[in-house]
Design a protein around this ligand. Structure first.
Ligand code: GLY
Ligand code: MN
Ligand code: MN
Length: 434
């Protein structure tokens, strides 16, 4: 992503904020894992969206209309001795030179500089409650200004949540963002193909996960979220991440794994037979989920509302569950009573972007949001028949299936970013046999 695009985003946000305001965006802190080991560092998505700056201990301050510069970054100072231990730092000079900031300061100076920037601004755009320690510092800076009110300065009167403006921007992906997301999806799709090729009875779930670890790392990607590799009835645990069981002959395996590329997520699920051949009951349920998924994808187009793909999936699944004998009754009544929820207990998708469950409102003014070009969402219906499901023929029990693709709304329909991961049962069987 070029620094020009980050600068364009900052300008757009500042136009919406107005001249008498200021925005504060701290990045995420480093998180300890155990003793002096940290989790791999991941910047805050809002901060990263506006800066592309990858280091911890940084704060972006936007001051629209400030003559000496509007986009300011506080970041770690250069420190040759520390850099020998913990790696290179951009430093304030690098923040200006490589990240397009108007000005930058050492993070250690923030207490001295920030109150002066807040003075006489009317409105502070800041997201409270995400980083409690930073909340306290903001309150401290405000109190310092209030204490100096007799010298004629006044503290901002209004606090406004930043996310209303920023998260709406993030919902509409630019051409450059779509290029990254297309690549992230392509890399994940390739890893799903690798896993189908590598799979065989007796393999451990984590060994199949290793196909993703390898493919993602060699492409410079991280996992966008902890991958789910669930063999047999483990597929019925929606957020299963143990990935430590043996893959049994005759069962299915569900893999939900996506790559993160320069911060952007893909999120793909495929379900396939461990031994390469679907049994008839597995295939019957699989074809039903696939039919529901294709019907849902068909509803992803400009002008459709957010819930239309879900409604389409629910209609197909309910009809199919009646046909196969897992539900009894009239389809419209079953849908009204959400009878399908015994087997399909989650929704059909979510926004996708810098966060795997990306930001953006699903309803506007109480009504489902209307889809527009540039929005990216997942389409991921599934069926999960609990191993102890009552009133269900034994042959269905313990089968869990989800098919998940990443889809961008285009001018006249949609584009499936993750189309390189096969999902037709014949295609999967042919691939696994080759
Ligand atoms: N991988 C998380 C999800 O599918 O929503
Ligand atoms: Mn998803
Ligand atoms: Mn997923």
């Amino acid at each position: 992503m070029s620094p020009k695009e980050h600068a364009r985003r900052r300008r757009q946000l500042m136009r919406m904020m107005g001249r008498d305001s200021i925005a504060l965006l701290p990045t995420a802190p480093e998180r300890p894992r155990n003793r002096d080991v940290h989790y791999p560092y991941r910047p805050d998505s809002d901060f990263y969206y506006l800066t592309g700056f990858p280091e911890p201990e940084a704060v972006l301050v936007l001051v629209p209309g400030r003559r000496e510069g509007e986009a300011l970054l506080f970041c770690r100072d250069r420190d040759p001795e520390r850099e020998i231990w913990t790696g290179r730092r951009a430093g304030p000079e690098g923040a200006v030179e490589h990240y397009g900031m108007d000005d930058a300061f050492p993070i250690g100076d923030i207490d001295d500089i920030l109150p002066g920037l807040l003075e006489n601004r009317e409105r502070v755009y800041y997201t409270m409650g995400v980083y409690p320690e930073f909340d306290q510092r903001v309150i401290g800076w405000l109190n310092r200004i209030r204490a100096a009110s007799r010298s004629g300065v006044h503290a901002p009167a209004e606090f406004v949540a930043l996310e209303h403006l920023l998260h709406d921007m993030r919902l509409y992906k630019s051409a450059a963002e779509l290029r990254l997301m297309r690549r992230a999806a392509r890399i994940a799709a390739r890893a799903h193909v690798r896993a189908m090729r590598a799979c065989r009875p007796g393999l451990m779930e984590y060994a199949l996960q290793a196909e993703f670890d390898h493919e993602f790392r060699r492409q410079g990607c991280e996992h966008a979220y902890p991958p789910i590799v669930g063999g047999g009835e483990n597929a019925c645990i929606l957020h299963y991440t143990d990935n430590a069981a043996r893959l049994e002959d005759g069962s299915l395996v569900l893999i939900d794994a996506g790559a993160e590329l320069d911060g952007y997520a893909s999120d793909i699920t495929r379900t396939f037979p461990v031994n390469g051949r679907f049994t008839p009951p597995q295939r019957a349920l699989y074809e039903l989920v696939l039919e529901a998924q294709l019907a849902a994808i068909d509803r992803v187009r400009p002008g459709a509302h957010w819930n239309e793909p879900h409604e389409a999936a629910v209609r197909v699944l309910t009809r199919g569950l009646v046909r196969l004998g897992l539900l009894e009754g009239r389809v419209p009544t079953l849908i009204r009573h959400e009878a399908y929820r015994d087997f399909y207990m989650h929704r059909t998708g979510h926004w996708l972007g810098l966060d795997v469950h990306d930001v953006g409102d699903y309803k506007v003014g109480g009504a489902w949001r209307v889809l527009e070009p540039g929005m990216v969402l997942t389409v991921e219906p599934g069926l999960y028949v609990a191993p102890d499901a009552r009133g269900v023929a034994r042959k269905w029990r313990g089968i869990g299936i989800r098919i998940e693709d990443d889809v961008v709304v285009t001018k006249d329909g949609c584009e499936v970013l993750s189309r390189d991961a096969p999902k037709e049962p014949d295609e999967i069987e042919a691939l696994m046999a080759s």
